[in-house]
Design a protein around this ligand. Structure first.
Ligand code: 5GP
Length: 121
């Protein structure tokens, strides 16, 4: 599979505003923020979509959420709260095929996070 833009950020081939890093997880500010604070939390392992997560990745996925909680503390938003969301494929709005948690904070976020009418499926 070809490198995504996030693989290039992991390899430090292109710049990003990195705010958190461990051996397995990286977080950096989103280039097009949708809230006063908007970062992306990614595994360094390349996993294209939620559909590609394997049972052996369960610990790694847990680390993404532990990173979110740690970043929330660092950013001072833990108490007020924040949202984490992971998009999957076209209908989910995924544009970069390397799984990532969006972490949004800094204002009261609306719900639902889409504008079109809900249709039963
Ligand atoms: P998705 O649409 O796949 O759920 O989210 C991809 C996110 O990656 C978008 O919010 C987009 O703004 C962000 N993004 C895309 N390219 C770059 C980049 O080169 N640098 C950073 N920091 N964010 C990016």
């Amino acid at each position: 599979m070809a490198d995504t833009i996030f693989d290039k950020i992991i390899k430090k081939e292109i710049p990003a505003d990195i705010i958190y890093e461990t051996d397995e997880v990286l977080a950096f500010n989103d280039i097009s923020p949708q809230a006063p604070f908007h970062c992306l939390i990614i595994p360094k392992k390349a996993i294209a979509t939620i559909n590609d997560i394997q049972p052996e990745d369960a610990q790694l996925i847990g680390q993404l959420y532990l990173a979110a909680a740690e970043i929330a503390k660092q950013q001072g938003v833990a108490e007020n709260g924040y949202r984490v969301v992971m998009n999957c494929n076209k209908d989910g709005g995924q544009s970069v095929y390397h799984i990532h948690l969006h972490m949004l904070a800094g204002k009261t976020l609306g719900w639902p996070p889409y504008s079109d009418k809900v249709k039963q499926i």
